[in-house]
Ligand binder design. Structure first.
Ligand code: PLP
Length: 362
């Protein structure tokens, strides 16, 4: 047995806590990357059952999967596109499109005009992320979206923060730039619609930036790298069973590069989870890379000196992994643990780094 288990109760707890903290702000649940790895359809079902019916995606196939299940949900495509086939498919699905430039606005406007219809769009403002969006200042093209694109209905404006977990200063700066762009639109006599800028980290750290709506992804999984004002539970872990238990003599080596050598006779167990499944990679491949910061460099140095200790839980006991984690296997020290073949192993693995495991809701 081997699976990635999503604990329904914990997920529901997080949804409720986030909804309470959002107050009157609408929550867009961001479901990119197959719903952050836990399955866009089952994840969206739990969200929907718990009062969330606004979904944000980055792929056409994600919008299709959601629309098939939720005919009345609001679906926002966060990435802009100028591909007529994609635009038409999204319009067929009743998806709100993002407009990130004059060119994408024109492409959507033309597609809508050809259908003799209106396309609802949210206008992206680039306040520093450098991906999609109009520049916040002196961008006449921004106003032209409101002024001259007759087949667009602007339902909102948004921006995306680049350093929400790490820099309040940068986030505040981006927020100001966004407000300035919104002000420019209002000053020209247009309604900017629903305003949204917060991702999960900004949401928990900056309630003053909630505006009309927020876009949350990782918060649902309780995997934020900053401590905010919302108590969240980590959702998701890997499970497998003990497949082999052996005794090894003093001096026996374990794993590639003989990364571990027994100093005394030991009892070891083999598990069928490895780095391919995300075991041991969570620390460095988390959503935000610690190695980008000084703290990350220090972590790295310490790892080189002390060899990081990775643990899994066998029958409720914390057990150390010996030597290097293999691609799909690892070896665990069970010398002091009562266990037998078939007993349960739990490994903390971030769903974003998990691969190759069937997702099971429980
Ligand atoms: C991924 C994403 C989010 C959600 O980010 P989290 O930090 O996971 O909450 C919000 N907005 C945009 C544009 C995104 O790409």
């Amino acid at each position: 047995m081997k699976a990635y288990v999503v604990e329904r109760e914990k997920l529901i707890h997080n949804i409720q806590a986030l909804r309470a903290f959002a107050g009157s702000a609408t929550i867009w649940a961001v479901l990119k990357g197959n719903g952050y790895g836990i399955g866009i359809v089952p994840f969206s079902r739990i969200l929907h059952e718990n009062g969330i019916d606004h979904f944000a995606v980055t792929e056409l196939k994600e919008a299709e999967a959601l629309r098939e299940n939720w005919p009345d949900a609001q679906i926002l495509m966060m990435r802009s596109t100028a591909d007529p086939a994609e635009i038409n498919a999204l319009l067929d699905l009743g998806v709100i499109l993002s407009v990130g430039s004059y060119e994408t606005a024109s492409a959507i406007n033309s597609a809508a005009a050809e259908r003799a219809a209106f396309a609802e769009v949210h206008v992206a403002i680039d306040t520093g992320m450098g991906r999609y969006g109009f520049l916040p200042k002196n961008d006449d093209k921004l106003l032209s979206v409101f002024e001259s694109m007759k087949n667009l209905r602007v339902g909102g404006m948004f921006t995306h923060f680049h350093s929400a977990p790490s820099s309040e200063k940068a986030t505040k700066r981006q927020f100001e730039l966004f407000e300035a762009a919104v002000g420019q639109v209002r000053a020209a006599g247009f309604d900017p619609g629903m305003l949204h800028c917060c991702n999960s980290h900004a949401f928990v750290k900056h309630p003053e930036m909630h505006l009309d709506a927020v876009r949350l992804g990782s918060a649902f999984l309780g995997r934020l790298t900053c401590v905010g004002k919302v108590e969240l539970e980590k959702v998701g872990h890997a499970e497998c069973t003990l497949e082999e238990i052996r005794r090894i003599p003093k001096g026996q080596t374990v794993g590639y590069e003989a990364g571990f050598k027994a100093r005394q006779p030991m009892r070891i167990a083999v598990i069928s989870l490895g780095w391919y499944n995300g075991l041991a990679s969570s620390r460095r491949n988390d959503l935000y890379r610690f190695r980008d910061s000084l703290a990350g460099v220090l972590h790295h140095l310490r790892d080189m000196v002390t060899r990081p200790k990775i643990f899994v839980t066998v029958n409720g006991h914390k057990c150390r992994i010996l030597g290097h984690v293999g691609m799909v296997n690892a070896v665990v020290d069970v010398t002091d643990v009562e266990c037998g073949l078939g007993d349960k192993v739990i490994a903390q693995i971030n769903p974003l780094t998990m691969k190759g495991l069937r997702v099971q809701y429980r």
